[in-house]
Design a protein around this ligand. Structure first.
Ligand code: PHE
Length: 339
């Protein structure tokens, strides 16, 4: 029996030494030490031994089991180390190699201006409203009090989709949508793209961006408009900036004004930047015309409102000293990557 045990030990250790994977090692272990393993089978047969033989054989059997277990654990350590080595080899990374250059995208300068303006008005308590770029003539012109023969309605100025639909020429139709959908108090801004039949040149583009503002409530005055735009101008162009209202005419506001900001390059003295004027025009504004309030179901005897529309492309060009509007739309990376 002792010999048999020694044979098992020899065979087991040979097998264990020769395996190469964790699975094979596990199989070998089960084969010898498992419940139905060879060593276990022999130990079960010990009952047939005499009382003197039993402790001697038992001692040998224990030694054999320990030897096999030791062999298994030595081998397991080797296999684990080898596997780790393999994994390291596979995952090897040369950190000294130069990396692939990935061009990071940037925010377009117009988008940047819009984000900035939007935040200024959000801080003042405005919320953001949106309207479609394909707009009804009703909203773009009729409800905004534009006379039937107003020049802006002309086919040469406006892109018509059909008789009733246009590419909006201004963000002002969002005013109508907002007033028809909500009761005052209303305090919204609406940034977005607008379209006009202008051939592209240094100062024109057939698509450009406006940011509309509308406030309607009881007792809203021209002073509120002036205060709001002053605050906007100071935040957008610097704390020294002043605004100037010049009388103008829009069908949907009365009175109406074009609004200039003091030149942020020379502070108002007059320079190349403002063409010696000291002032730069950036927006149109006024008190919402009673006809517009009424066409939207708002009682013009109870409520008043102001509205304004800022040219975002113009602001972008001015703030960044860009001398040709077309640069904003050509998507030339050499230009865009400067921002
Ligand atoms: N919609 C006008 C424009 O495109 C700007 C404007 C907006 C004027 C709101 C007055 C009030 O020129």
């Amino acid at each position: 029996m002792k010999e048999k045990l020694e044979q098992i030990q020899k065979a087991a250790i040979e097998q264990i030494v020769s395996v190469t994977t964790a699975d094979e090692l596990e199989a070998a272990k089960v084969k010898y030490l498992g419940k139905k393993g060879e060593l276990t089978a022999i130990l079960r047969g010990m009952g047939a031994l005499t009382a003197e033989e039993r402790p001697i054989v038992g001692q040998v059997a224990n030694n054999v089991r320990e030897a096999i277990e030791q062999a298994v654990s030595d081998k397991r350590a080797l296999i684990t180390a080898a596997e780790r080595e393999k994994r390291f080899e596979k995952d090897k990374l040369d950190v000294t190699l130069p990396s692939k250059r990935r061009g990071l995208g940037r925010i377009h300068p117009i988008t940047k201006t819009i984000y900035e303006a939007r935040q200024i008005f959000l801080d003042m308590g405005f919320t953001i409203a949106e309207g479609p770029e394909i707009e009804l003539v009703e909203y773009n012109f009729d409800a905004l009090n534009a006379p039937k023969d107003h020049p802006s309605r002309d086919m040469t100025d406006t892109f018509y989709i059909d008789k009733l639909t246009v590419l909006r020429t201004q963000t002002s139709p969002v005013q109508v949508r907002e007033m028809r959908a909500n009761k005052p108090p209303i305090r919204i801004i609406s940034p977005g793209r607008v379209y006009r039949c202008d051939p592209p040149d240094a100062t024109h583009s057939p698509v450009f961006h406006q940011l509309e503002g509308l406030v309607v409530d009881k007792g809203v005055s021209m002073g509120d408009l002036k205060g709001t735009l002053d605050m906007f101008a100071r935040k957008m162009f610097g704390p020294e900036t002043r605004t100037r209202f010049r009388p103008h005419n829009f069908p949907f506001t009365e009175p109406s004004a074009e609004v200039d900001v003091s030149c942020f390059a020379c502070g108002g003295k007059g320079c190349r930047f403002c063409k010696g004027e000291g002032w730069i025009e950036i927006l149109g504004a006024g008190m919402v015309h009673p006809n517009v309030l009424e066409s939207c179901g708002i009682d013009s005897h109870v409520y008043t409102g102001f509205a304004f529309g800022v040219g975002m492309d113009r602001v972008t060009i001015l703030k960044n000293n860009i001398d040709d509007m077309r640069l904003l739309f050509e998507n030339d990376l050499r230009f865009l990557s400067q921002f």
